[in-house]
Design a protein around this ligand. Structure first.
Ligand SMILES: [Fe+2]
Ligand SMILES: [Fe+2]
Length: 183
């Protein structure tokens, strides 16, 4: 389960890299395909925020209940708060991108600052999980624990519309873009 989550982290990382590249283009005054930014944000909103983070929350909840000492409680509280913040930031960003796509006049420096904050927050969160939280989980949780956790995760069959075996029509262009930048 943790391997699967780490794989999703690598996927998210590749999306963040595309966003970083877009941010650079915007800052240097170049024209940018906002549709691709919108696709990434909607993937984050409809998949990451709906399945990836809740899946982690199930693990942290279990860890907090059965395996962590009082001193470690703050870890999972912090993570849950960060998930909430990320969800909120994604929604806000999605709204702005939608306005841009509708040709509304949005000050670009304002947008790029929002985008930069989002990218940075995502990286920090990802690194924190990978470098501090996951090693602690690996050490504390047994095979039995993982089996219990998987039973608590009722969406285990959730389909990834971008990195899964079947790519949604909406994400075809984005999938191609990621494949190009990785080759
Ligand atoms: Fe997370
Ligand atoms: Fe994560």
């Amino acid at each position: 389960m943790l391997d699967n989550i780490s794989k999703e982290h690598r996927n998210i990382a590749s999306l963040l890299k595309v966003l970083e590249h877009k941010l650079e283009l915007i800052r240097s005054g170049k024209t940018v395909k906002y549709k691709l930014i919108a696709d990434i944000i909607s993937y984050m909103r409809d998949y990451s925020d709906k399945y990836h983070h809740p899946k982690e929350d199930v693990i942290y909840d279990y860890y907090r209940k059965y395996r962590s000492s009082d001193a470690q409680q703050t870890v999972s509280n912090k993570l849950e708060n960060e998930h909430d913040t990320l969800r909120q930031m994604t929604i806000e960003l999605a709204d702005v991108v939608e306005l841009i796509l509708l040709d509304a006049v949005i000050p670009l420096d304002q947008f790029s600052e929002k985008l930069e904050n989002y990218i940075n927050y995502q990286w920090r969160h990802l690194d924190y999980e990978e470098q501090e939280v996951f090693p602690a989980l690996k050490e504390a949780l047994t095979e039995d624990d993982w089996r219990n956790i998987e039973q608590n995760w009722e969406h285990s069959a959730a389909r990834d519309p971008l990195f899964g075996p079947q790519i949604d029509k909406q994400f075809e262009e984005l999938a191609e873009r990621i494949a190009i930048s990785e080759s």
